[in-house]
Design a protein around this ligand. Structure first.
Ligand code: ZN
Length: 279
């Protein structure tokens, strides 16, 4: 299992350069790059070729872009913007060797039935997958464990992935999101591990289902998520690719960037190392 760093963890104070420097220092194999802010800021003073050259000469590699947001149930203008953004991500991804893009379902107060959500998601994902395929890039749906997210459980996301049935469309299993809307462990047990492209690891405070938000996240092993059960099940279904530490906690944003990156690695290895060999 390769250990990856998700830039959300140090989002408030850090930069792509700093995250890369400290991730390399503490032995992370991979990074998930935030395109909406960290990549954008980096490109104000660097080129994409600079970044490609950095990765050529470093141990750390880019694993995924975060994120193409609100892909389903959009109006025409919104959908066009998504396609344009995907096109850009694919072009950059191809240049730097980043082969996965996290795609986030629509979150908001407007209500859609489950069949409306599935119908839109399957159609849109097929069209987006056509674009990504030309660049050898995969799309990973990240269900969000919040009542207002149109796809908010593992089972619902997996059903859509199965309906799409393409090699380059899979999902992100974020342990916080899995716990936060009470996703079913039986659904995970029945899943094909090769359809999980990304594992986000974290933990959470003990608020009830439906009340949890990203700021409640804790370092892996410090909260109430049954990470042992999730990791054991992942092992059983054949998942062993990578694990990415992803926090959004205001208190952790106050830490030194280097310290947060070091703690993230240690906490992740302590939890995941019980079930998987860390590369
Ligand atoms: Zn996540």
């Amino acid at each position: 299992m390769k250990v990856c760093f998700n830039q959300a963890t140090t989002m408030k104070k850090s930069t792509l350069e700093k995250d890369l420097e400290f991730c390399e220092k503490y032995g992370y194999e991979q990074i998930e790059i935030r395109t909406m802010d960290k990549l954008k800021d980096y490109l104000e003073t660097h080129t994409i070729e600079d970044l490609a050259n950095y990765f050529k000469s470093s141990r750390i590699k880019p694993y995924a872009f975060n994120a193409l947001v609100f892909f389903n149930n959009r109006d025409e203008a919104g959908y066009k913007a998504i396609k344009d953004e995907l096109q850009y991500m694919c072009e950059v991804g191809q240049k730097i060797g980043c082969k996965n893009i996290v795609v986030v379902p629509l979150v908001g107060p407007e209500k859609f039935t489950k069949s409306q959500i599935k119908e839109s998601s399957v159609k849109v994902l097929n069209e987006l997958a056509d674009i990504a395929e030309k660049y050898g890039i995969r799309l990973a749906i990240e269900f969000v464990g919040h009542p207002q997210c149109t796809i908010n459980t593992f089972g619902q996301a997996y059903d859509i992935v199965q309906a799409v049935n393409r090699d380059n469309v899979g999902l992100v299993l974020d342990c916080f999101h899995f716990h936060a809307m009470g996703s079913s462990m039986e659904d995970l047990e029945r899943a094909d591990g090769s359809k999980i492209f990304i594992l986000h690891i974290d933990d959470t405070e003990d608020f009830p289902i439906g009340a949890l938000t990203d700021v409640d996240r804790l370092w892996p092993g410090e909260g109430v998520i049954d990470l042992d059960a999730i990791l054991k099940t992942l092992k059983k279904i054949g998942y062993s690719e990578m694990v990415s530490v992803e926090l959004f906690r205001p208190e952790y944003y106050e830490l030194d960037i280097e310290e947060a990156i070091q703690i993230g690695k240690e906490k992740t290895e302590a939890v995941v190392g019980k079930y998987f060999d860390i590369e």
